[in-house]
Design a protein around this ligand. Structure first.
Ligand SMILES: [Zn+2]
Ligand SMILES: [Zn+2]
Length: 243
């Protein structure tokens, strides 16, 4: 399910620190995890997905545990996921030696033939949170690109910390006119040049000849540089996109 975003949401979110698209997606993850724990915990489709994905991806599994929440709901969902894993293991791997009664595995040259079992334990569905983020992300990028010529949006973008690199790449692939491409490139490049100068300033203030100088806004530029190149924390689940 895509959480729709409007042009006004985008303008509003650009005033917050970090990549606007990442921030919208982070809000979505919180809402999706909450919905999973409080609305869809008894939903047969959720249970089927937990079976097919063997739980959530690593990133969203740990976010689920950090979510203020509901241990019982997590247990209910994972009863299904663990049940599926046990069912697959109980079916036995291909090549099980029926004569041994010990569950020994047949394989060439004494090597156990467990690859087929490993294959059957692979997820056969995408993490539902990742799937929802993928759909939402595409919609947000589209709204952003469609309104790049709008003064209010472009000013909000210009005054922000810019898009992260994964979302800038997506925007580059989405813009449909030369004018929009030029606005996108010009604003993002200006923002990156400012960040680059701040990183240099931060580095140079560690020189002993400048050690008395106070840090300014470059003080957290190293942290922002990491976030701007990788994307904000927790946005990119392991059932991946934006690559
Ligand atoms: Zn981003
Ligand atoms: Zn995920």
């Amino acid at each position: 399910m895509v959480t729709p975003v409007s042009y006004f949401d985008l303008i509003d979110i650009f005033s917050q620190p970090g990549c606007a698209i990442c921030n919208l997606l982070r809000r979505n993850v919180d809402r999706s995890l909450e919905a999973l724990l409080y609305e869809y915990v008894g939903d047969p489709d959720s249970h089927q997905t937990f079976r097919q994905r063997r739980g959530l991806c690593n990133e969203h599994s740990w976010q689920l545990l950090r979510h203020p929440g509901n241990a019982l709901a997590i247990a209910v969902l994972y009863v299904t996921a663990v049940d599926e894993v046990l069912k697959i293991v109980d079916q036995g791997p291909l090549g099980l030696d029926p004569q041994s009664g010990m569950g020994r595995l047949l394989g060439g040259a004494g090597r156990p033939n467990t690859s087929a079992l490993a294959d059957r334990l692979e997820p056969v569905e995408q993490c539902p949170i990742c799937a929802q983020l993928t759909a939402s992300e595409a919609q947000y990028i589209q709204v952003f690109c469609q309104h790049l010529e709008d003064d209010k949006l472009s000013e909000a973008y210009r005054a922000s910390g810019g898009l992260c690199l994964p979302h800038f790449r997506q925007a580059l692939r989405c813009v449909s006119s030369a004018e929009h491409a030029e606005i996108l490139l010009s604003i993002q490049t200006t923002i990156w040049k400012k960040l680059y100068a701040q990183l240099q300033e931060f580095r140079d203030k560690h020189d002993y000849r400048r050690s008395e100088e106070k840090m300014g806004e470059e003080g957290d530029s190293w942290r922002r540089a990491v976030a701007r190149l990788a994307g904000e924390e927790g946005v990119f689940g392991l059932d991946s996109r934006s690559s």
